[in-house]
Structures are given as structure tokens and as C-alpha cells.
Ligand binder design. Structure first.
Ligand code: MN
Length: 702
């Protein structure tokens, strides 16, 4: 554990004397503030903030971050106010400390809901000043390094949270070294036995591999020298948690994972990277399809490098990463590397910093859209594991999406409106299903139509948080407005039967009733009625102020127009179509389900006015309705084609067809046909009857 003097010495290699002195002052302030407090391990408390500052110093963070690190537990643990820090150390440092304290106060529970809230807070803090999260990460890293002193239960909880939240954040911010350490420490705390076993196995393997590693390293170094290029060649090892995940996730044997030899070549400039690539491809044969140019197209977290895999001697696979020193720094420290390479105050945010900011902005946008924290964390978690595909817009712009993304994800990535109104897509100029997973290099074109709406089924295949949140949001709005309009019609229908109408009821009376139902506005009450959570009949009686027994004089059925949307659905059991006598069944939260009047499932509740409502079809009903037909006919060749031809000739559409052979002579075919109404259905049936060999046609109901 270095002392403040050692730290100051180290800082003077990259900070001004004034700045180093400020960090010192912050240290002594903290030492005094925490005087008498001890860590669980028995050490003086100030050793913790000092260690946190050292971690940040290793990343060459600026002096304000280091001061904030020294002071990060002062507000929380010593009762010194933010204002006091403000006068002592200035506003920026006080804000940083305050930001970190707020993150510390997060109530860490394993419950997903609490986790989500924590995450939101973190995103907010990051958006204000991204250094807050860097201090927080360093704080967590030191706590992870000193985890042993805690009880088993607490240790596991912190480790789990580190693996689930902190490691992915570090990864998203491009902080590779920190992520690796989080993961290995977290793994060790969660699964001490497994971690130990893998560690021992790696150690054994290292011995066996030594000779080959040296040989390869030598031949690469030699090759570079021959070509007159300078580069630092070093062997890489996978970290324990990475090996563990590979063994679990991809079901690989330990030996299989260890059979790969990995090297890194660090050079002076980009140009050299490509020349080195050429040289090693000349030395060993490259494995086709494994070359990746993350220099031209960096990863979402800003990572840049060339990756390639070679066949070494005796066919040993060799993975090679080639990058510049700056890229290496960025790969290890990610966003923190920004401060290292900052030339002046007004420097444009570059590389990982700009990307990280963009991500944080996206996270905040998602948070505003998401209905609750659970939805939010679901969205964010997906975004935290970036494995990207790269596709192109028709104009040649590169879009970067997580692996498995579909055209719908792409559409939302382009613009929310494009996503909301998309109806079809072309991948490489060919029409393709919206649900198809995109592949890198494809050109994607979205076909949109004004007034089109997101389809709930998209939620089954979209991958990005952004698409998911916007689809849900749009559906929620749509469902609400549809529920309100259905609720209003249901309520007015009852009111009219009492010779009244919503328009005729005084506003104060409406407000009173709305308040009685503990709603804020009439719309909320109407929405509840439309969703089937509340009975129109009961609400109407309240509005008419109730004098008791009065029963509706004439109750005409409510007309269905077919445009009610998400709050109205047609029962699958009896598939009603316009022209059929129908009833509506109100089911809580689902809205209204339309059944045939004769449907068996309706049987007992038919006369319960709280559950069932008489319906009729409006004159101007539009749309296509599915109906199931059962056709018995003599077996003949080409029978399906014949049936399809007849349905088609009557302007019907076959949605589904299935066939049973009764005996050698008679076949029974089930057809699901979409029609406009009963008249249309009659026409379809007439056509089918005209076929030779048809014995009987019946419509399936309930
Ligand atoms: Mn702390």
C-alpha cells in the first residue's frame, strides 16, 4: 500500500505541481475527517480512499478525479456537507463527491427492481459528469480487492452485483483491465472452488505450452525484424472467468480453449498495423473468415485493433491482435484513456469518450420511455453486452447493431419514426422478413408507410433496448387511446338507455364520480372501462346519481366497427364474422373478446350484465375475418389445388389448410379462410359446393 508521498511522486510524472498539491490537500482533509474510523480489516479508514486514488492514478486520471477519490466517503461517512467541500476544493470536486455519494447510498438489494433503480441513478450520474462513474468503479475495485474480510453472504452479494452491473459497465466504457479484474475477483468470490480449479489447470498448461509460445514469439519477432518493422510481441492468456464462461456457454473442454495461442503486437502507428498484418499473413497461413478490422470500424465501446487467426507450425491456431500504443492504452483503460491523451481543455471528445457519451445519452432516452424500472434494466442489460454486426444504409452509412438484430432494430436505430412506421424491408435489395437476423455487410432498406404502427409481434424478435422500449411505448399509447374510446362507447351506450349521455351530465358530477373511483381524469376511468376492469353499467348508475332501482328502458346492442384495435379481439373458439349474431365478453385487463352468440364458451355468463354485453356489427365494418370450414369430400388427385382455386375464385384467402384421410375414399379438410362477412362466406361456400365430389361443408363454431 503506497503512502501519499509515493502517490504524489507518481502523480508528478503527469500532473503540475499545483495539481499534485491539491490532491495532497484532499488527502489530508480526508485523513482528518475519517480520523478514528477503521475499515473492517482494522486499517485506518483513509487507506481506502488513498487506494482508490491510486487506482485512478494508474489510469492517469486528472487531478479533480483524484481529489474526489480522496474525498469520496467524506459526505457519506463523516457528516461534512457538500457546501463545505465546495468552499474548500471548488464546485467540480464537490459535485463529483456528491455524485459518488449518491451512488453509494444506493440501496443494494438483489431484487431486480432495486438493481434497476441503482442503474438508473448511475446512468444519470454518468450523464452529468462521466468521471463520477470512474471514481465509483475504482471504489468498487478496491472493495473487491479487499472482499475477504466480509462475511460469506455479503461477499457473494457484492460479487454478484459486480459481475452483473459493474463489469458490464466497465466493458461498455472500454475499460478492459478493470473489467477483467472485476470478473476474476467476482468469480473467485462467487465460486471459489471452480475458480481455484481453473487457476491450477491454467498454471499446469502454462508449463506445457511454454516451449511453443516461445517458438512462435521468436518467429514473429524475427519476421518483423526482417521486414524492418518495430513491434512489441507478447503472449496473451485468457482470464479465468473468460475461460469459465467459454466452458459453460460454448460447452468447450478446457484443453480446447487452451489449445489456442494468442499474441499481441503493439506498434507505433496505424500504417504499421496493416504492414505487420501483411507480414504475419506471409509467415503463417491465415484462417479464412477470421480477419476483423476494428481499426476501420471500431467496436461500440471504442475498441480498435486488427484481429486475425493463423495456422502455425503443425496446424497450431494462433490468434493475433495488432494495434498501436494508443489503441492499446484505449483497449485497457477505455474512456479513462481520454484524459491521458487530452492535449488541451477544449479538446474534442474523441473515440471512446464520444461513444460512451452517446451511449449514456441513449440510456437516458430509454429511461424516459420505459414504463417502469424493470423494463428499463431489461433494455439496458441487453445493451451492455455488445457483440455487434455492421450493416449499411442505402446511402452507405455504417450502422452498428448488437448481434441478432433484425430490420426492425435497424429501423429504430435509424430513427424512432422510421421504426414506428416500418412495414417491410429489403436486405441487399431483396424483400426479406422483418424478423430476419441481419448479417454484417448487408445493406438494409426500410419500407415505411405513413400511419403504420408497430406490431406487438415485433417484441418477440427485436434485440436492441431502443427498439423494445419504443415499441412498448407506442403500443401503450395506442392501447390507451383505443381503450378510452371503447370505454366511452360502452358507457354512453348504457347512459343512452337511461335517456342520458356523457355530454348531458354536469361536469362536477363527472368529477365527483371520477374521484370516487380514485382516478384523476375521466379518461382514466374510461380506459378502465374499455380494458374491462370496471363495469360501464355500474359507472353509469353512479353518474346518474343512483336513485336506486331504475333499470334501463331499452338496451340496444353496441355496434362493433372492427377498428377498435388492441382492446377488441375475436374469440379463437368460434371465430365470429360480420353478419353473425355476437356477444362481447369483458375480461379484466384484456378488453373485450367477441364471441358468437351461440358459442358454448359463453354459455353461463351470457345473462350476466357485468360480464357480457350484447353486440351488433356496424354497417361500415371493414377488414378480413378468419373462419374455419370443414370440408368432407371424395378423395381425388390435386384436391388441395382444387379447393384453393375455388376459394380464390370467390375472392377469399386461405390462411391455413390441413387434411385428414377418413378412409381411402373420403378426405376431411380443415380450411381457415379469411372473408369480409357472412355474405362473402356464403359465396365462398357456394363455390366449394360446386366442386365435384364434395359431400358436406360445415363451419366450425366453438
Ligand atoms: Mn468507498
Amino acid at each position: 500500500m503506497p503512502s501519499i508521498d509515493v502517490l504524489a511522486e507518481r502523480l508528478s510524472t503527469y500532473l503540475d505541481d499545483d495539481q499534485v498539491n491539491l490532491v495532497r490537500r484532499a488527502y489530508f482533509y480526508a485523513e482528518q475527517a475519517h480520523d478514528g474510523q477503521r475499515r473492517r480489516s482494522g486499517e485506518a479508514y483513509v487507506t481506502h480512499p488513498l487506494a482508490v486514488a491510486c487506482i485512478l492514478a494508474d489510469m492517469h486520471m486528472d487531478h479533480q478525479s483524484l481529489m474526489a477519490a480522496m474525498l469520496h466517503d467524506v459526505i457519506e461517512d463523516t457528516g461534512i456537507a457538500k457546501e463545505a467541500l465546495d468552499t474548500q476544493f471548488g464546485e467540480s470536486v464537490a459535485e463529483l463527491v456528491d455524485g459518488v455519494s449518491k451512488l453509494t447510498q444506493m440501496n443494494f438489494e438483489t431484487k431486480a427492481e432495486a438493481q434497476a433503480e441503482n442503474f438508473q441513478k448511475m446512468a444519470m450520474a454518468m450523464a452529468r459528469d462521466i468521471r463520477v462513474i470512474l471514481v465509483k468503479l475504482a471504489d468498487r475495485l478496491h472493495n473487491m480487492r479487499t472482499l475477504e474480510v466480509l462475511s460469506g453472504e455479503k461477499r457473494r452479494r457484492i460479487a454478484k452485483e459486480t459481475l452483473e452491473i459493474y463489469a458490464p459497465i466497465a466493458n461498455r466504457l472500454g475499460m478492459h483491465s478493470m473489467r477483467i479484474e472485476f470478473e476474476d475477483l467476482g468469480f473467485k468470490a462467487m465460486h471459489p472452488m471452480r475458480s481455484e480449479r481453473i487457476r491450477a489447470a491454467v498454471k499446469r498448461a502454462r508449463g506445457n505450452r511454454k516451449e511453443i509460445v516461445n517458438k512462435i514469439e521468436e518467429s514473429i519477432t524475427h519476421c518483423l525484424a526482417r521486414e524492418g518493422m518495430e513491434g512489441e510481441v507478447s503472449g496473451r492468456e485468457k482470464h479465468l472467468y473468460g475461460i469459465y464462461q467459454k466452458m459453460r456457454g460454448k460447452r468447450r473442454a478446457f484443453n480446447e480453449i487452451m489449445d489456442v495461442y494468442a499474441f499481441r503486437i503493439v506498434v507505433d502507428k496505424v500504417d504499421t498495423c496493416y504492414r505487420v498484418l501483411g507480414a504475419v499473413h506471409n509467415l503463417y497461413k491465415p484462417l479464412p473468415g477470421r480477419f476483423k478490422d476494428y481499426i476501420a470500424i471500431p467496436k461500440a465501446n471504442g475498441y480498435q485493433s486488427l484481429h486475425t487467426t493463423l495456422f502455425g507450425m503443425h496446424g497450431v491456431p494462433i490468434e493475433i491482435q495488432i494495434r498501436t500504443r494508443e489503441m492499446e492504452e484505449l483497449a485497457n483503460n477505455g474512456i479513462a484513456a481520454h484524459w491521458l491523451y487530452k492535449s488541451n481543455e477544449e479538446d474534442q471528445p474523441k473515440g471512446s469518450h464520444a461513444r460512451a457519451r452517446q451511449w449514456v445519452k441513449g440510456v437516458l432516452e430509454m429511461q424516459q420511455r420505459a414504463g417502469n424500472s424493470l423494463e428499463f434494466i431489461e433494455s439496458v442489460k441487453i445493451d451492455l453486452f455488445p457483440d455487434e454486426v455492421y450493416v449499411f444504409t442505402p446511402k452507405g452509412r455504417i450502422m452498428e447493431l448488437p448481434k441478432g438484430s433484425t430490420a426492425v432494430d435497424f429501423a429504430y436505430a435509424v430513427h424512432t419514426d422510421v421504426g414506428n412506421t416500418c412495414i417491410a424491408c429489403r436486405i441487399n435489395r431483396r424483400l426479406a422478413p422483418l424478423s430476419q437476423a441481419l448479417e454484417s455487410g448487408s445493406t438494409v432498406e426500410i419500407v415505411s408507410a405513413p400511419g403504420a404502427r408497430p406490431n406487438p409481434a415485433w417484441l418477440n424478435f427485436v434485440v436492441t433496448g431502443k427498439a423494445r422500449t419504443h415499441i412498448r411505448h407506442a403500443l401503450k399509447l395506442q392501447r390507451r387511446s383505443e381503450s378510452i374510446s371503447l370505454g366511452e362507447r360502452l358507457l354512453n351506450k348504457v347512459l343512452v338507455s337511461f335517456d342520458s349521455h356523457l355530454d348531458k351530465i354536469p361536469a362536477e358530477r363527472i368529477q365527483t364520480v371520477v374521484a370516487e373511483y380514485q382516478q384523476d381524469v375521466l379518461e382514466d376511468l374510461l380506459e378502465d372501462i374499455g380494458l374491462g376492469n370496471r363495469m360501464a353499467y355500474v359507472v353509469a348508475r353512479r353518474l346518474l346519481s343512483d336513485n336506486g332501482e331504475a333499470l334501463p328502458s331499452s338496451e340496444g346492442p353496441l355496434a362493433i366497427r372492427g377498428t377498435e384495435g388492441l382492446v377488441l379481439s375475436y374469440a379463437k373458439c368460434c371465430t365470429p364474422i360480420p353478419g353473425d349474431p355476437i356477444v362481447g365478453h369483458l375480461s379484466a385487463g384484456k378488453g373485450m373478446v367477441v364471441h358468437l352468440d351461440s358459442c358454448k364458451n359463453i354459455g353461463e355468463i351470457r345473462h350476466n350484465p357485468e360480464k357480457c354485453i350484447q353486440l351488433s356489427w356496424a354497417k361500415d365494418v371493414t377488414g378480413e375475418f378468419n373462419v374455419e370450414l370443414r370440408v368432407e369430400l371424395e378423395h381425388q388427385r390435386g384436391l388441395i389445388a382444387l379447393l384453393a382455386g375455388s376459394v380464390n375464385a370467390a375472392d377469399g384467402n386461405i390462411e391455413k389448410i390441413s387434411m385428414d384421410e377418413r378412409d381411402g375414399r373420403i378426405s376431411v379438410v380443415q380450411l381457415v379462410v379469411s372473408v369480409h362477412d357472412r355474405v362473402h362466406l356464403a359465396r365462398v361456400i357456394r363455390k366449394l359446393r360446386g366442386l365435384t365430389g364434395v359431400i358436406r361443408i360445415t363451419r366450425a363454431r366453438g
